[in-house]
Design a protein around this ligand. Structure first.
Ligand SMILES: [Zn+2]
Length: 494
């Protein structure tokens, strides 16, 4: 029986359900054998503890990750399934007999590679309330991330790493041990060995906090090589290893950043992107159809570049991973003439943003609100909307009056601030409102029809689906506002 098969059999015998890494592309002998430093292994697995495994978080989840290089070698005792103890050096992972001793050889790469790897792990975990150390914190609860040895020493076949999946029900586990087999790691075509070990440690430790795999190469929970240094992402990502799979913890997606923030609390957020606006030039005159040209670079990648004009966000462009050439952000034709204070913002996926202001003039500065868009005021040559105050149910005549940015017919032809929604049993409309759309169809939150009444409420007209990328590039033609005033709210990442 191969070690992989043994691991599978073990997990099944433990009436557990999953061994990640048992997918069709990872069932090879893999990089786990002596002498190999091949970069091809993509197997960073987890094993789900048996049902009923106690989750020792009564005193709160430990806020320490101890990355252990096993200088001089480590010794662990093989324990019964589900019982892991970081300061008692007990692990239930691997195929060794219960009660036997497991020896893990020390980290075999250079000190420089160690330092690079630790720096990377610290950066990746920096947004969360956890400290990454490489000195044993002693007999206090901690997460121990072994970064040493080979898979064949645990033993576990064909793996670059393995961890218990949280407490068995996808909740964070405390004081457990994960393994990242440093001496099975090498560089790949696009990643250094330090980046690849950082990836593995981040993934295995996150497994122990209850996180599943994700099918996105920019997040450490992926199986996909490349994309440079990986970061826990603040976005809904489909689960899966070599392909999209069901999330083992339920649902179709996972937000690793949100999950870790919930488990560990907030740490130190990264700096904002580096933003350079090259056009238009400050204090210049622009023509109809002008665009903003800006370069935005962030180690994490840029999530979006947006332009607000006199306080209102008119245009949003989604970030492109790894892009170093400028973004072109078109300004909608519906923006009224006059003096424009352009606030160009570039944000990463954690909503840390850089802003640069450029003031330009197009046409004549407004002399009165008549030259402005519906609902706007004119002051000092600028057309602008007051900050929105309308909440759901408040009468409105234009979308920018509503906090939700949606002003729509909520029945009987009355325009009111409302929210977009999808019809169905859980339509997420506030109490007293229900979604006007049929099940699965987009509508707006509206009061339920009067008993015996009529008049199914139609959807939000022009709100469309939008998919969130360009839908906010609103074009409000003057006078075109009647009946078509819903603006799809762009959901903030946060
Ligand atoms: Zn994994």
């Amino acid at each position: 029986m191969s070690r992989r098969a043994g691991l599978l059999a073990f997990a099944l015998a433990a009436s557990s359900v999953s061994v990640a890494g048992a997918g069709p592309t990872t069932d090879e002998p893999g990089p786990g054998e002596p002498g190999s430093m091949v970069p091809s292994g993509i197997d960073r697995g987890y094993v789900r503890p048996p049902p009923g495994t106690p989750v020792p978080v009564a005193h709160g989840l430990s806020k320490i990750i101890f990355v252990n290089p096993c200088r001089g070698g480590c010794t662990f005792t093989k324990s019964t399934p589900g019982s892991s103890d970081a300061f008692g050096n007990q692990t239930w992972l691997g195929d060794a007999p219960v009660g036997s001793s497991i020896s893990i050889s020390e980290f075999a790469h250079s000190q420089q590679v160690w330092d690079e790897t630790i720096a990377c792990i610290r950066e990746v975990y920096s947004p969360y309330g956890v400290e990454v150390v490489d000195v044993d914190p002693g007999p206090i609860p901690h997460h121990e991330a072994v970064l040493a040895g080979r898979a064949s020493e645990l033993p576990i076949g064909g793996a670059l790493g393995v961890a218990p999946l949280g407490g068995g029900q996808c909740e964070p586990a405390n004081n457990v041990i994960s393994f990242s087999f440093a001496n099975n790691h090498g560089p790949s075509a696009t990643m250094t060995v330090a980046q690849r070990m950082c990836w593995t440690v981040a993934q295995e430790s996150a497994h122990s906090y209850g996180l599943d795999h994700e099918f996105d190469c920019s997040d450490p929970l992926t199986y996909i090589d490349g994309c440079g240094q990986k970061f826990f992402r603040n976005k809904a990502i489909r689960c899966g290893r070599g392909r999209v799979e069901e999330c083992i913890c339920g649902g179709a997606t996972q937000n690793s950043h949100a999950r870790l923030t919930a488990a560990l609390g907030v740490g130190t957020l990264p700096p904002p992107p580096t933003l350079t606006v090259s056009a238009p030039i400050n204090n210049s005159t622009v023509q109809p159809g002008f665009s903003v040209i800006a370069t935005a670079i962030d180690r994490r990648g840029v999530a979006r570049v947006e332009v607000s004009i006199n306080g209102w966000r008119w245009s949003v462009v989604e970030g492109v991973f790894g892009k170093t050439t400028p973004y072109l952000v078109a300004i909608p034709a519906g923006v009224p003439d006059g003096i424009m204070e352009l606030d160009v913002r570039a944000c990463n996926d954690l909503d840390v943003c850089a802003t640069q202001r450029v003031t330009v003039t197009r046409g004549l500065p407004c002399a009165s609100a008549e030259a402005c868009a519906v609902g706007q005021r004119c002051d000092a040559g600028r057309c602008f909307w007051d900050p929105p105050t309308g909440v759901i149910g408040d009468a409105c005549t234009y979308a920018q009056a509503c906090v939700s940015e949606v002003c729509a017919d909520i029945g009987s032809g009355d325009l009111a601030c409302t929210e977009n929604c999808f019809g169905g049993p859980n339509d997420q409309c506030p109490v007293g409102f229900e979604c006007s759309g049929a099940t699965g169809q987009q509508g707006v939150c509206a009061p339920p029809p009067e008993p015996g009444g009529c008049c199914a409420v139609t959807g939000a007209g022009g709100s469309g689906d939008g998919a969130g990328t360009t839908a906010v590039a609103v074009n409000l033609g003057l006078g075109a506002l009647i009946g078509l005033v819903a603006i799809r709210r762009r959901r903030r990442r946060g």
